[in-house]
Write a protein that binds this ligand. Structure first.
Ligand SMILES: Cc1ncc(C[n+]2csc(CCOP(=O)(O)OP(=O)(O)O)c2C)c(N)n1
Ligand code: SF4
Ligand SMILES: [Mg+2]
Length: 279
């Protein structure tokens, strides 16, 4: 891919299907900034874009695949991970990235998430957690904080939510981090690191959904929302994932929580082949 930069183009335009712009995202949505970080991370990690494949499911976050001018696949709801697994096993040279939302990856796709982590499939998962199903009008999901209001919890959520870093770390992920869309530099660096690390990497990105989740929970908007992220967040690299639970208005612990080595599914497959084919 040849980059053609002029003064009025954005450095990541080469990775975007600009003919699809304007995008569908609302003003103040966190998905756009997270997408920008991902695209800049491709350059930071010095990847060959021709070897990067992006897979999304369904949802506002799942629209990302439609806007990215790489090999990108907009799959069915919750099935981005199995699709990505097939891509990776079919062509292990590919750098496979799943970019989708909390509903897509953790609710309908939750089963695939824990098993992809358990098998340590070499891929990077970027999960935009906006605490609800934004696209369909703001229903509650498995990351909706206790007491948060949503279309389906009008008096406040009484179901205990998942703590995603703890869930994926316990399932076997070898790289786990969380950032908000206020932490653009850290997020870009973290994605670049995850892209070059073998094994199952998971990055939770907390991003606002002002249109449905934010409005129902009377959260600050725009710059005020960013200020609230700034006031609430604390960077704690190496924190134990079980200690990074989120709540509606409480502290937000961000950072890199897990960075360990473990053989990937492909490594284990090769080891088994070596063993059984030895004379
Ligand atoms: C099989 C199936 N069930 C339900 C839906 C409806 N649906 C579309 S997007 C979505 C939730 C998306 O939530 P999330 O992944 O958090 O994305 P967001 O819109 O919040 O970014 C649902 C339930 C669907 N498209 N397909
Ligand atoms: S509904 Fe929410 S998640 Fe969807 S584009 Fe609007 S702000 Fe973003
Ligand atoms: Mg969501």
């Amino acid at each position: 891919m040849t980059k053609m930069l002029t003064v009025d183009t954005n450095p990541v335009d080469c990775y975007l299907r600009v003919d699809r712009i304007p995008h569908i995202w609302c003003a103040g949505c966190g998905i756009g900034p997270a997408t920008g970080c991902f695209l800049r991370a491709i350059d930071r990690a010095e990847l060959n874009p021709d070897k990067v494949a992006v897979v999304s499911g369904i949802g506002c976050s799942g629209r990302v695949a439609g806007y990215i001018k790489l090999d990108s696949f907009h799959t069915t709801h919750g099935r981005a991970l199995p699709f990505a697994t097939g891509l990776k096993l079919g062509n292990p040279e590919l750098n496979v990235v799943v970019f989708s939302g909390d509903g897509d990856i953790v609710a309908i796709g939750g089963n695939h998430l824990i098993h992809s982590a358990r098998r340590n499939i070499d891929m990077t998962v970027i999960c935009i957690n906006n605490f609800n199903y934004g696209m369909t009008g703001g229903q509650m999901g498995p990351t909706t904080p206790l007491d948060a209001r949503s279309a389906t919890s009008p008096y406040g959520n009484f179901e205990y939510p998942f703590n995603l870093p703890y869930l994926v770390a316990a399932s076997g992920a070898t790289y786990v981090a969380r950032w908000t869309v206020l932490h653009l530099r850290e997020l870009e660096r973290s994605i670049a690191e995850a892209l070059t690390k073998p094994g199952f990497s998971f990055i939770e990105v907390l991003g606002p959904c002002p249109t449905v989740y934010g409005r129902r929970n009377k959260l600050p908007r725009g710059m005020d929302e960013m200020r609230s992220y700034q006031e609430r967040s604390v960077i704690r690299d190496g924190a134990d994932p079980k200690d990074v639970e989120l709540s509606l208005n409480g502290p937000i612990v961000v950072g890199k929580f897990v960075d360990i080595e473990r053989p990937t599914l492909w490594d284990c497959y090769q080891q088994m082949l070596d063993r059984v084919t030895k004379p």
